[in-house]
Design a protein around this ligand. Structure first.
Ligand SMILES: Nc1ncnc2c1ncn2[C@@H]1O[C@H](COP(=O)(O)OP(=O)(O)OP(=O)(O)O)[C@@H](O)[C@H]1O
Ligand SMILES: Cc1ncc(C[n+]2csc(CCOP(=O)(O)O)c2C)c(N)n1
Ligand SMILES: [Mg+2]
Length: 384
C-alpha cells in the first residue's frame, strides 16, 4: 500500500484476497493471441481446457452427452427442471477499464455470469445442475481474456458450492463488444420450489398475523459501493481520499471488499433449497433490496418493511466508503443491486432457517410497524 494516496486498486490491479483461481489449464502455444488468430476451433479448445477442472471432478452420468455434439443430453430431474438465463454486456454490466483504473479480467466476467445464474436457481429453492454459455466478442479479443472467462466460470462452480453443476455447452459468435449469456438448469431442492407468490394459506396467515422479512447472503450494499468506487475517476478518488480526516478514510480492506463484491459476487447457494420449507415466498436481490422487495410485495399484495436497526447495522461498515464518495451508505444498502442475496418472507409458525436473518416485517393489513421503513422502488433499471 502506498502511503501517499488512497489504497485504491491500481490500473490492471489483480483482485487481492483468497480467490485464487483453480490452477489454470496448461497453456499450450496456440500461436495466436486473439480470437481471429485462433479461429473457432482453437477458441473451443482453449475453453475446453479451462473447463476440464469441472469435467474431471464431475463426470457426466451414464447415458448423458456433454460438450461436443449439437446439443447436450442431460439426465431427467425428478420433480421437473428449473431454467433461467441472464446475460452480461461490456459497457453495461462491466467496463474493460473502469475510471478508477481497475481492469475487468475475463475471470471476473465468467465468475459473475455464473454467480448471477446460479443465484436464480438458488432463489427458486433449487440446486443448479448444468449451464450453457454463449460468448460473443470482436475478432481482436485476446484469447487469454476468453480463457479467463471460462476459468472464472469454472472456478465459480467449484468455489460457490454448485456441487452438481456441469457445463453442458455453449456458443461462440462475433459482436462489436464482448458479451456473455448464460442459461442455467436446476432441479428442485428437497423442500420443493420457492416462488415469488405465497400459497393461499401462508398469505392469509401473513395478512392476519403479520410476518417476518428474512435475508441470506453477503451484506447488501457492498456491490453497489464497489460499483460507485469503480465508476469514480482515479484522480478524483485520490483527491477525495486526501481531503478526508484520517479516521474517515477507507482502508485497503474496505476498498478491496467493495470492488470484490461488485466483480465477484457470492450468492448463498444452498440457502434456497435448505430454507425453502420455512419460506412463504422469496427471490434473489439483483436490482436492489428496495426494488426487489417491492416486486415481492406487489406479487402478494402486501408490504415489506425494513427494520431501521438492521439498516443502520448494515450501513455502518460502509460509512467510510460513503464519506469518500459522498453517498449515504443506506442508499447502497436499500438501493444497491448485484449482491445476489436471498430475500424472503418467513412462513408463519416457522423458525428462521440457517443462514437467514430477520431484517424486517410484513405487517398485518393496515398496520404500520414502529421502527421500520417501507421498502420500495429504489434500485437498478437497465432502461431507466
Ligand atoms: N426477454 C424476455 N422474454 C421472456 N420473458 C422474460 C424476458 N425477460 C425477462 N423475462 C421473464 O420475466 C420475469 C422477471 O424477470 P426479471 O429479469 O425481473 O427476473 P430474473 O429472471 O430473476 O432476473 P434477475 O435475477 O437477473 O434480475 C422472469 O420470469 C423472466 O423469465
Ligand atoms: C458498467 C456498469 N454499469 C452499471 C452496472 C450496474 N448494474 C448492471 S446490471 C445491474 C442489476 C442486475 O442486472 P440483471 O437484472 O440483468 O441481473 C446493475 C446494478 C454495472 N455492473 N456495470
Ligand atoms: Mg432473479
Amino acid at each position: 500500500m502506498r502511503t501517499s494516496g488512497p489504497p485504491s486498486p491500481g490500473p490492471g490491479a489483480q483482485m487481492p484476497g483468497g480467490e485464487a483461481p483453480v490452477p489454470a489449464a496448461e497453456h499450450h502455444d496456440d500461436g495466436a493471441r486473439t480470437l481471429a488468430g485462433l479461429g473457432e476451433a482453437g477458441v473451443l479448445r482453449l475453453i475446453g481446457r479451462e473447463l476440464a477442472v469441472v469435467e474431471e471432478r464431475r463426470p457426466w452420468p451414464e447415458g448423458s452427452v456433454g460438450i461436443g455434439d449439437d446439443a447436450a443430453l442431460l439426465p431427467v430431474s425428478p420433480g421437473g427442471t428449473l431454467v433461467s438465463t441472464d446475460s452480461m454486456a461490456e459497457g453495461h454490466d462491466w467496463l474493460p477499464t473502469w475510471p478508477a483504473g481497475v481492469r475487468t479480467r475475463g475471470f471476473d466476467v465468467g465468475w459473475k455470469a455464473a454467480a448471477q445464474n446460479l443465484s436464480d436457481i438458488n432463489a427458486m429453492g433449487g440446486v443448479p445442475t448444468a449451464l450453457v454459455m454463449a460468448l460473443t466478442g470482436p475478432r481482436r479479443t485476446e484469447a487469454a481474456w476468453i480463457a479467463g472467462v471460462a476459468r472464472g466460470l469454472a472456478t465459480a462452480l467449484l468455489r460457490l458450492g454448485a456441487d452438481e453443476c456441469r457445463v453442458a455447452g455453449g456458443d461462440l459468435g462475433g459482436a462489436d463488444r464482448a458479451g456473455l449469456a448464460v442459461t442455467v438448469l436446476g432441479r428442485p431442492g428437497a423442500h420443493g420450489v420457492l416462488r415469488r407468490t405465497m400459497g393461499e394459506q401462508d398469505l392469509a396467515a401473513v395478512r392476519s398475523e403479520g410476518g417476518a422479512v428474512v435475508h441470506a447472503g453477503s451484506a447488501p450494499g457492498w456491490a453497489a459501493a464497489g460499483l460507485a468506487l469503480l465508476l469514480t475517476d482515479r484522480a478524483e478518488l485520490e483527491e477525495r481520499w486526501h481531503a478526508l480526516a484520517p479516521q474517515d478514510r477507507p482502508g485497503p480492506r474496505e476498498l478491496v471488499r467493495a470492488v470484490r463484491a461488485q466483480l465477484r459476487p457470492r450468492p448463498p447457494l444452498g440457502a434456497g433449497p435448505a430454507g425453502a420449507g420455512a419460506l412463504a415466498c422469496g427471490m434473489d436481490v439483483s436490482d436492489g433490496l428496495g426494488r426487489d422487495a417491492d416486486r415481492l410485495a406487489a406479487a402478494n399484495g402486501v408490504q415489506l418493511w425494513a427494520d431501521e436497526a438492521w439498516v443502520a447495522e448494515a450501513a455502518a461498515p460502509l460509512r467510510r466508503l460513503g464519506r469518500l464518495l459522498d453517498i449515504a451508505p443506506e442508499e447502497w444498502v436499500l438501493g444497491g443491486g448485484e449482491d445476489y442475496g436471498l430475500l424472503a418472507v418467513l412462513r408463519p409458525g416457522h423458525g428462521v432457517p440457517p443462514g437467514f436473518r430477520v431484517i424486517g416485517a410484513v405487517p398485518s393489513s393496515g398496520r404500520v410497524p414502529a421502527g421500520h421503513r417501507l421498502l420500495g422502488e429504489a434500485g437498478w433499471d437497465h432502461f431507466a
